[in-house]
Design a protein around this ligand. Sequence first.
Ligand code: GAL
Length: 379
Amino acid sequence: MKKYLLSVWMLLACLLGSCAHTKNGKADAAGGTIVPAGVWNDVDGTYINAHGGGVLYYEGKYYWFGEHRPDEGFSTKVGVNCYSSDDLCHWKYEGVALAVSDKAGDDIEVGCIMERPKVIYNARTKKFVMWFHLELKGKGYEAARAALAVSDTPAGPYRYVGSGRVNPGIYPENMTDEERATEWNMDEYKEWWTPRWREAVNKGLFVKRDLAGGQMSRDMTLFVDDDGKAYHIYSSEENLTLQIAELTDDYQGHTGRYIRIFPGGHNEAPAIFKHDGLYWMITSGCTGWDPNEARMFSATSIWGPWTQHPSPMVGPDAEKTFGGQSTFVLPVGEGQYIFMADVWKPKSLMYSAYIWLPIRFNEAGMPVIEWKNRWNLQF
Ligand code: GAL
């Protein structure tokens, strides 16, 4: 991850100054503090509409990409929104980074579903690379595709490149020869959650089913490691199993190298960061728009083995992730990270709220995310 020029103290100064965040549409009386789960406005006083998002740091600026959600309804009418900020505090609306198409039959035609966009910068090609979860218009969540868009400038506009399932025809690295060779009769596994079905899922029932066409990819994130290699982490196999797939050097494709982790674990909303050489991942369970208890995992290599730990959330409603669902972890300085989550409001998704909280590490070196009504970066 890039080194951040912005010092925590500059950021603190900013956060103590006037800030665009407001709670419930009213100006925040204290001014300048981050108010998790409030309604946040941009510098023009317009509601920030960037859900399921992530933040890119590039040349002294932060770029927040997220789903534009309509005030009514479910599917995507606008596209992926982008906001920029020098200080994570005042957000300027940069416009629609990737717009839906009005051409019938296009992958990203109005009425498709674009979710959880993430952008990374490729230093070799000097391109900004966006991946997101795409569902095709009128097909519910059955397409389960990873989609790619590219731009020469951080805020875009991004050019849509294409979409598809992941790594068609290729087995995950950590699937045994025996598992690869097993032939499943899908008709025998129509009923979910039986012991037999669980065993089959563990052994790769859905990997096999989807092998030719590629693996399903729904909730997703991206991670760029210290060596510049990038990874796509996504809920696959009917949201039952997470997969981690290596991206090509230009970040615009998959190399074919991937693993599955926690088969049948029902993990969604992955957010990943690296601290002191350890990889940490925070996810949610699968309960749609309803919050559930966060999960946490760590590994010494991105390729695992991954170990599960208790949820890092502490405070009121911690067992429901404070009403939110993870979306991203943003490194902001040496050893400092912000946990980002969405509080979904399915009646009007546009007004889904944002939770940003600092991550601290306890004596055992485990991440802890404690609820705060308001906070600044002096954690
Ligand atoms: C959630 C998922 C969201 C969205 C939603 C649709 O579980 O994390 O990104 O897909 O389901 O119901």
